[in-house]
Structure formats: structure tokens, C-alpha cells
Design a protein around this ligand. Sequence first.
Ligand code: ADP
Length: 517
Amino acid sequence: MEVSIKEICDNVSLAREMAVLGNYENAEVYYQGSLQLISRHIAMIAEPIRKNKWQEMQNIINLEYADIKKYKVLLETLRIEISGDVPIGARKRDDTFLLANDVSSITDPDVWPPPTPADHGILSSRHNGPKTKSTNSRRSEIRKAPSGARATSSNTSRKTDITKPTRTSKREDRPSTSKSERNVEAMKDRQDSESTDKNEKAEEQEEKKFECNGMERELADILERDIVQKNPNIRWDDIADLHEAKRLLEEAVVLPMWMPEFFTGIRRPWKGVLMVGPPGTGKTMLAKAVATECGTTFFNVSSSTLSSKYRGESEKMVRLLFEMARFYAPSTIFIDEIDSLCSRRGSESEHEASRRVKSELLIQMDGITANNEEPGKIVMVLAATNFPWDIDEALKRRLEKRIYIPLPTLEGREGLLKINLREVKLDPNVDLKSIARKLDGYSGADITNVCRDASMMSMRRKILGLKPDQIRQLPKEELDLPVTTQDFEEAILKNNKSVSKEDLDKFEKWMNEFGSS
Ligand code: ADP
């Protein structure tokens, strides 16, 4: 059967496209197909010069095919290496970061896997044991890697230093090869070097791993998975307005880390900072920015989850949380909705379990002072509440700095519009200042909602009355139209402000009485 040249060209193009995209499985199939077609075509050619040209072409495709096979094998080896050797703790923390940043709105953070029957066994046996245990003896359970391990690690690094030049010289001795072969060799070299350093890295990771036993291990795992965020990735610039709050937080958290020797004695860092203000004004964002900007380990705790998950274990979790924070110091512990964890003592809603959690939190916060004397080991509690009047007196005393996070000013609202519309096309006639004026009394979260709605208006108009199939066929550019002033007006009509004048008065009154700035 005769082979069409177009068929050969199509197959080769597809093979190369797949290879460029890194889809080596499919690339392999297309290369095989192309080579078969070329062989069949060559068999039909009688004229020697043409035959020769096609054979040259066949050689080129053959070389490319061989490269793809090599890459595939290398990738497979790398995949096995990665899945087999990254320390579990490190992987978990990455997962946590992903969860918290990308899918927190989809995944219900309140749903935790139940403990395994085996762990329940440990739990009950531990419960039957002595009920109280001093923080000190508990702390002794947190083992850092023994000095022997460190010695091994440094030995390994010395060994690595010696082997590195040998690997380089080996590469220099090699005869020159094609570019693709050199790339493959470079990959192999990297792989060699990675596997040589692998043990060293694993040991380092192990050294940093917070250790404890039994049920506590499981609670610590839960904290690491759901509460520790390695890099919340919010910067000061992502937050509009709130200059005063940023300055205060910098002074309270960042400076003591930079100049620990200055912040001692009477100048010791604050034990805790309470951020007070209406919902959606950026309190959580500020806490995340503190952690990002000063590179602290960030413990993001919502007190409703802390008190609801593992009933009866909350108290233990609070203790573990602080132990972990000390272990991974410098750390920021952010407790959102602290009012729900620490409502006023003796109030009707307070039952025995929450009283115990509260007491534990107070004990742990007192422990922070001693800990913060150690340079570089600072633990800072940042709490947030929309209901400051519900907070326990004793806790209020420990949250020494109490700052107000207000609704955005005119300048802040304009800044919020700019931040929210960074990735959206704007009609040149849109006047952000005049829109910001219309948004007086709106919180940051309200403004985000208005922007989201406004940016979807044109798309909504386009798809109105269309069937799903027709919607799918609409070209992207027809949907991605610039946002107009009218879109904003409609969005503002649809989204009301969420904070009332009475609420604002209440905050003002409380801050006049208890605030500090
Ligand atoms: P809070 O903790 O005060 O309830 P958040 O920090 O969770 O509020 O903010 C909720 C959302 O509102 C954020 O995800 C962000 O989109 C928006 N937002 C609120 N305040 C600001 C601000 N000052 N700058 C930028 N975005 C903000």
C-alpha cells in the first residue's frame, strides 16, 4: 500500500509536538508510527538519490526516537526516587501548603480522618495513666536528633565534598556528543548528585521533625497537616490600606526577630497581639503577611476547629500546638475567632471542656515569656476576633497589644479595587476613585465580592439563554470583555455592605475602653 507523504509529515509533527510537551509515552507511539511509514515509503522508492535522502531522514527520526526513549526511562527513575525517598514529614508539609492555599474552599477543613483503632488503643491506655504531666517532662519527649546523628551528617557532607570534583572531572573527560545526549548526561549527573546528597537531606529533615509518641504523634500529625503552613505567601503589598496595623505588627513581631538583643527585659516582645474589627477587613491576611514577611512557621488555628475536633483532645492539642511552635520557632500562632474558644468565664455557654481548653491556653501563653528570652526562638500569638466584648478577662490581659482593623478608607477602597482587578481587563472609562466613593462602608471582603461580580457581568450577559453546548463553543475572547462602569454599578446594587453602623459603634466603644496602639 502506498504511503502518503502528508501522513508521514503529520505523524512526525505529532511526535515532535508530544515530545516538546513532555508527553513521552505518546511521542514514542508517534515516532514508531512515523518510522514504520518511512520504511514502507523507502521500500517503494527505486531512484537511488531520493532513496538516500529518505534514509537520511529516517536516521534523524531514529535518533530523535532514541532520545525520547532515554528521557522516558530517566523520568521514570526520577519518579521512583522522588516517591520513595522524600521524608514523609516534608511531603506532608508541602501538602498542607497546597491544601491551605488552593483547595481550602473545596475541602472541608472540619472533616478529619478518624483515628485508627490502634491509636484509640494507645489513647485509652494513655488516658488511664497518670492524668497530669508537667510541661517539662512532656517537653523532654520532644527529642532533637542525637548528636551522633549530626556527626554522621557532617561526615556525609564531607564525603560529598570529596566526591563532587570526581564527578565533574568525569564529565570533562567525556568525548563531545550531540546536544540531546549532553542534556541526557546532564540529567544523569544531576540525578547522581541528588542521590548522593539524598541521605544528607533526609537526615537534616529528620533532625527537624517534631517527635512524640502514640496518640500525641497522631495529634501532632494532624497539626502539621492541617494547621502548619510553611509559606502562606501573602505579602504586605497584597494588603490594601491598614498602614497603621502593618506598622504595629512589624514593631511587635518583626523587629524583635531582627534585633533580639534590643527586645529584652522591659522591651521584651509582646506575648500576644489581638486584632479586633468587623469581619472581612483583612485580619487573617495580616497574620499571613506577618508569617511570610518574617519567614516564621505559621500555625493557622481556627478556634472553632480546635474546640470541635477530637472532643476531649482539644486541651492536649493546645499544648502540642505550643510545643510544636517552640520546636519550629520562630513561629506565629494565629488563632482566628478566639472569642469562640475563650468566651467570658462563668458565662452560660461555658462548659467544663472549654474551661479546660481556656486554662491550657493561658498556661501556654505564660510559658511564652520565658521562651521568648531565647534569641531566635520567638513564638508570637496573633489572635483575631469580630466579638472582642466576648473575650475572657484573663486572656485579654495576656493579649497585651490590642489593635483595631477598621473598614477601609477611601484610599484603601481604591487600593482594594486595584488589587482585586489586577488580572482583569478594565474599560478605559472606568474611574476607580468614583467607584471607591460609592463603596463607603464596605469591608475588604465586600469589595472583593463586588469585583468578582462585576468581572463576571459581561460573561453572564453573553451566556444568557444559551444551551450548555452553545456555551462551550463560545470563543474565550468573546467572554473575556473589559469590565465597564455599568458592570460595577450592577454589582454594587447586588452586593450590600455587611457591617452595620451599630456594629461599628460597638467596636469603637470597646477600643476606647480596652484598645492599645
Ligand atoms: P478577616 O480575617 O478580617 O475576617 P480576611 O483577612 O479573611 O478577613 O479577608 C477576607 C477577604 O477579603 C480576603 O481574602 C481578601 O480577598 C479581602 N480583603 C479584606 N481586606 C483586605 C485588604 N486590606 N487588602 C486586600 N484584600 C482584603
